[in-house]
Design a protein. Structure first.
Length: 311
């Protein structure tokens, strides 16, 4: 029997999915494991069109059709970038495994090779992320942040053609495409905190498929899973989506889990950043606690600007 694994059809999605497919195939010697491309709403619409499609943020924009294919039995598993996955899974869908995390940082690529703090005043920096925009503006008020959409190739082409002086994108995608050498600078979390679960790939499957979940168990990276659970609990409690300027990054030291979070307005004038620690046994509790701390300190005012919080 062939195991069909769903994936989006972009170059990055296919590259990522093939790497996971190869790992799964090793666990199933003698069985065919094949990728099945499923086109999602996010693939059919530009980010602007997608935002106009509904008043709600685009949660599930890149996952809904894959979920439907999984629930209908068209595929037996699906591969996602975890940061695209809604923080609450649809009924009937479960996580199969969390693959070992790639570099969670963002990278700067500049036309001249100038690093972030040496970009000349007035330089145009491209990003599609309110989270990145907010943190860039907070530390470099003299830069002009401009919209940047499209896949990695499109963004790099726009940079080469001079539409902007630099761009900021996720390190994980650049590395998985084998293009890490094109990065000018890897931006440390102290400068720009990444999106929750950035750099994490996950496999989803039917909630009742215990056999496949058992097969995938060797691919599940415990540290990645714990950090992702904390980061996504933080996002979920804030009711945040991928268009909300929220960043989070967890790290493990012994039996202690540290979680840093940031909430910022894209104008860079309002930014809150805190770190909290807890037990590795209760990652989601830590995420919830940090989110509630943010709200107690006035984060609701920033988030209200995006129409997401109503308590």
């Amino acid at each position: 029997m062939t195991l069909l694994i769903g994936t989006r059809g972009s170059q990055l999605a296919l590259t990522q999915a093939e790497g996971v497919r190869t790992q799964i195939a090793r666990l199933l010697p003698g069985q065919e494991v094949r990728l099945e491309v499923v086109k999602t709403l996010g693939d059919r619409l530009s980010a602007k069109e997608a935002a106009e499609e509904s008043a709600e943020p685009p949660q599930g924009l890149f996952t809904k059709e894959l979920d439907e294919a999984l629930l209908s039995g068209k595929i037996q598993a699906a591969i996602h970038s975890l940061k695209d996955v809604p923080t609450v899974l649809p009924p009937g869908i479960d996580y199969g495994c969390f693959l070992k995390r790639e570099d969670p940082r963002d990278v700067l690529i500049s036309r001249t090779g100038a690093p972030f703090y040496q970009l000349p005043a007035g330089s145009k920096v491209g990003t599609s992320s309110p989270r990145r925009e907010a943190q860039i503006r907070a530390v470099r008020t003299d830069l002009e942040v401009v919209p940047l959409r499209g896949n990695v190739d499109t963004r790099l082409r726009k940079l080469r053609e001079g539409e902007m002086d630099a761009i900021v994108i996720a390190a994980a995608g650049l590395k998985r495409l084998g293009r890490a050498s094109e990065a000018t600078e890897f931006l440390e979390p102290e400068v720009i905190l990444p999106a929750p679960a950035q750099g994490v790939l996950c496999v989803t499957l039917g909630a009742g498929d215990r056999e496949l979940k058992k097969i995938l168990a060797p691919l599940d990276d415990k540290s990645t899973r714990l950090c992702a659970q904390a980061e996504r609990a933080f996002l979920r409690t804030l009711q945040g989506g991928c268009r909300i300027p929220v960043g989070a990054l967890a790290r493990i030291e012994g039996e202690t889990l540290f979680l840093s979070g940031v909430i910022a307005h894209p104008n860079g004038e309002q930014m809150m950043r805190y770190e909290q620690k807890g037990s590795i046994q209760t990652p989601e509790k830590l995420g919830d606690e940090l989110a509630h701390y943010f709200l107690s300190q006035g984060a609701q005012e920033i988030l209200n600007g995006f129409g997401r919080i109503s308590w």
